[in-house]
Structure formats: C-alpha cells, structure tokens
Design a protein. Structure first.
Length: 254
C-alpha cells in the first residue's frame, strides 16, 4: 500500500532531469553518485539511498514530498490521510522487500562459497607444488581462517538492521552476542550498516583469494622474504583489507 513505484519514480526523475537540461552525468555529479546509478533509478531498477532524497530533490527543483509522490503537487497542504501515507513511505523507503533480501543473501552465500572453494584449491595447489602443510599453516592458514570466519559471520549471522538506538546516538561499537567490533571515528547506524556488511564480505573474500597468489609469487621472486617476514608483513595488509573498505563505506553513508 505504501511502497513507492520504482518505474514511476524513475520516469519522474528522468522527466525532471530533462526539464533542467541535464544529462545523467550532470545529475550524478550534483548528488555525488555515478551516472550508472542515475541510469538505474530512471529505469526503475533501483532507488537512491534515503540520504540522497534531499540533495536529489534540490538538484531537480522539487520538494522531497513531490519526489516521494512521483508527481508535482500544486497545493501546499495535505489532508491527514495523505500525511500518514507519506510518513509510511519515508519509514519503509529503505527497507528491502522479502524478494530483494532473498536475492541479496543468495548472492552473498554464492560469493562466500566461491571464495571458500577458491582458497581451498589454492592451498591444495601450494601443497602439490611442494610447500609443506607446516609452512602453509604458518604463513597463510591463520589469515585465511580469520578472513573466511569473519566473512561467514557477516554472510549468515549478522543482523540486517541495527536496534533503533544506533540511529539515535553516535555509537562506534557494534556488539552482537560474543561478537564485538570497535571502529573509532565512525558511527554505526541503519544507513551505513548494510553497505558496511556488503563491502566487508567482498573485501574479505577478495583478500582471502589473493593472499595465496601473493605468497606463491613472493616465493618465486623473493624466497628469503617468504621464509622470514611474509607472515609479519601480511599483518597490516590483513587489517587494511578487513577494516579499510568498511571505514570508507561507513563514512560515505554516515
């Protein structure tokens, strides 16, 4: 009843953009997104983040109300039923439909499974090339277990939404049972939590897959380096891969 029609929203945005004689790239630059994102909005494939509603409405020369209603409104006043419907639209704007949630979780599970399979094959490949299990465990296995373990948590166990008090107060610690993540300098909330989860999963899978390749190449070019300091040099890389993308995404949507 209160859902926004994505196709109607896209047509409205496209029409307003053309009235302003703007290209998709022009509009994208005004709200600091890519022109591909604007293209998806106009084709009804996705909706802008709720934090973009005000800058988007300003760029298009309409009110946020008109943007949500997907039409120009001549009257300044609205009856109580209209106000209630508009508020429901705002409240449910950024919520996923069950179908969208299912597709997202399926993509995350496939990515995790593919990453786990790739890492397993890489470690077996290193063993086949003559590296002992002791050497593999010393230099790689701890990092791989941590990366895939955190990734599994974000894929299958982390909540999709945070409690309301995260939106009301500036909290830089995420706590869920025995899992605790402290990230000074950012504030967790329901605007940035899902993007944080998304980049965390992608970043950890990517680093987990790249790490054995990096180890193998270093073993070919700098064998002494691999034997002596590889495991220590990887430690800062591990933390950058783990927290770097999350910090960037958290700040973007904070």
């Amino acid at each position: 009843m209160y859902e926004i029609d994505k196709e109607k929203f896209g047509e409205f945005v496209a029409g307003l953009r053309r009235e302003q004689s703007m290209t998709q790239k022009d509009l994208a630059s005004k709200v600091y997104v890519s022109d591909k994102a604007v293209s998806k909005w106009e084709r009804g494939l996705s909706m802008p983040d709720i934090t973009l509603l005000i800058p988007l409405s300003q760029a298009l020369g309409v009110s946020v109300t008109e943007l949500l209603e997907c039409q120009r409104m001549e009257q300044d006043t609205m009856d109580s039923n209209h106000v209630e419907e508009l508020m429901h639209k705002v409240i449910t704007y950024s919520e996923e439909t069950p179908e969208e949630r299912h597709r997202r979780r399926r993509r995350e599970a496939i990515l995790f499974g593919a990453g786990l399979a790739a890492v397993t094959l890489e470690l077996l490949g290193l063993r086949a090339l003559g590296y002992s299990w002791g050497v593999i465990c010393l230099n790689l296995l701890t990092y791989e277990l941590l990366l895939m373990g955190f990734c599994a948590y974000f894929c299958f166990f982390a909540k999709d939404t945070l409690p309301e008090y995260y939106d009301e107060y500036e909290i830089n610690v995420y706590s869920d049972g025995i899992f605790r993540m402290d990230m000074p300098g950012i504030h967790f909330n329901n605007r940035n939590w899902r993007p944080i989860k998304r980049v965390a999963i992608r970043g950890m899978v990517l680093f987990a897959v790249v790490l054995p390749m990096l180890y193998f190449l270093c073993g070919l070019l700098l064998p002494a380096f691999v034997e002596s300091v590889f495991v220590f040099v990887c430690m800062p890389l591990f933390f950058v891969a783990l927290f770097g993308p999350m910090y960037a995404e958290a700040k973007r949507y904070e």
